[in-house]
Design a protein around this ligand. Structure first.
Ligand code: COA
Length: 274
C-alpha cells in the first residue's frame, strides 16, 4: 500500500536548507482525512519542527490516479474533508478524542511558514487545513467550501474561528450556513486565496513564493509569524505593544546586523538564522 503522506525535501535556492513538500496521498478518496492521515500529519509536524534545515512547508493533495478502463476519472482534490465513513456510529466522547489535539491545530501552531497548494476540492477539513496554513495558492479549478451543515455538523477543525478572520463574519456565516461551495475566483476575491493561477502553473508559482520565504532569516520569520498571529488573539493596543518588544529584541540578533550590513554594503545577506 502506498504511503498516505509523502514528504519531499526541495533544496532552498538561497543558502542551505530545504522546503518540505508534504503531499496527502489518498487520491481515490479525494485525499479525505482518515485517522491514518491525521496521525501522519501530526508526526510530520513534529518532524518539521525538530528539523532545523526545513525553512518552509508546502502542503498539497495528490493528483488523481489514472482511471480504470470504463470508469470516470476521479476529480482533482486538495482534501475533500474528514473521512465521513469514520463518523458513522461514533458518539461525542469518541469524536472529542479524535478531534482533540488534532493535526490541523498542530499545522496552525508550526513556528515555520506554511503554504497550502490547492488544486481541486478543499472542502470541510480540507478548507480548514488550507486556512491553518499561512498562505494559500490555488489553481483555477480549486473549490473551497464548508459543507458540514449538509451532514448536520459544523466545522470541527477550527474553521468556524479561522474563516472569520480570513473572510469576515458575514461571509463566514454564509459559507457555513449554506454549505455552498466557492469557485477559485470567488475564494480569491474573498481573500481566502493569496494567488490564483492555471493548474499547470500552480507548482511553479507556489515554489517561487516558498523559495522567496525560505531565503529569509528563519529566526526573523518565526518572530514575524508569532507577532502577526498575536493580532488574532490580542486587541490592537496589546498587539502593538507586543510588536514593539519583538521588534526591539531583533536588534540583539545576528541576523538583524547581517541584514542591515548587507543593505548598506550592497551585498546579499548570508543569514545565521539566529
Ligand atoms: N470522506 C470519505 N470519502 C470521501 C469523501 C469524504 N469526505 N469525499 C469523497 N470521498 C470518496 C467518495 O466516497 C468516493 O469513493 P468511492 O469511489 O470509493 O465511492 C471518492 O472519494 C470519489 O468521490 P465522489 O463523490 O465519487 O466524487 P464526485 O466527483 O462525484 O464528488 C465531491 C466530489 C467532493 C463533491 C463529493 O465527493 C463530496 O461531496 N464529498 C464530501 C465532501 C464533504 O462533505 N466534506 C466534509 C466532510 S466533514
Amino acid at each position: 500500500m502506498s504511503e498516505v503522506l509523502i514528504i519531499e525535501e526541495i533544496a532552498a535556492t538561497s543558502g542551505d536548507g530545504f522546503i518540505a513538500k508534504v503531499t496527502i496521498n489518498r487520491p481515490d478518496k479525494l485525499n479525505a482525512l482518515n485517522q491514518e492521515v491525521v496521525g501522519k500529519l501530526k508526526e510530520m509536524c513534529d518532524y518539521i519542527e525538530s528539523n532545523d534545515s526545513i525553512r518552509c512547508v508546502v502542503i498539497t493533495g495528490a493528483g488523481p490516479n489514472p482511471a480504470p478502463e470504463g470508469k470516470r476519472p476521479k476529480p482533482n482534490s486538495f482534501v475533500a474533508g474528514a473521512d465521513i465513513t469514520e463518523f458513522a456510529g461514533k458518539n461525542s466522547v469518541e469524536i472529542k478524542e479524535m478531534f482533540t489535539d488534532n493535526a490541523i491545530e498542530k499545522i496552525w501552531n508550526l513556528s515555520k511558514p506554511t503554504i497550502a497548494m490547492v488544486d481541486g476540492f478543499a472542502l470541510g477539513g480540507g478548507c480548514e487545513i488550507a486556512c491553518s496554513c499561512d498562505l494559500r495558492i490555488a489553481s483555477s479549478r480549486a473549490i473551497f467550501g464548508t459543507p458540514e451543515i449538509n451532514l448536520g455538523l459544523i466545522p470541527g477543525y477550527g474553521g468556524t474561528q479561522r474563516l472569520v478572520h480570513l473572510v469576515g463574519y458575514g461571509r463566514a456565516m454564509e459559507m457555513m450556513m449554506t454549505g455552498n461551495n466557492l469557485s477559485a475566483e470567488d475564494a480569491y476575491r474573498m481573500g481566502i486565496v493569496n494567488h490564483l493561477c492555471e493548474p499547470e502553473e500552480l507548482e511553479k508559482k507556489t515554489m517561487e513564493i516558498a523559495q522567496t520565504i525560505a531565503g529569509k532569516s528563519m529566526h526573523t520569520l518565526r518572530v514575524a509569524k508569532r507577532t502577526i498571529r498575536a493580532s488574532l488573539d490580542n486587541g490592537l493596543t496589546k498587539g502593538v505593544e507586543m510588536e514593539a518588544v519583538e521588534f526591539a529584541n531583533l536588534f540583539d540578533t545576528e541576523d538583524q546586523e547581517i541584514g542591515v550590513q548587507a543593505f548598506l554594503n550592497r551585498t546579499n545577506a548570508e543569514w545565521k538564522h539566529r
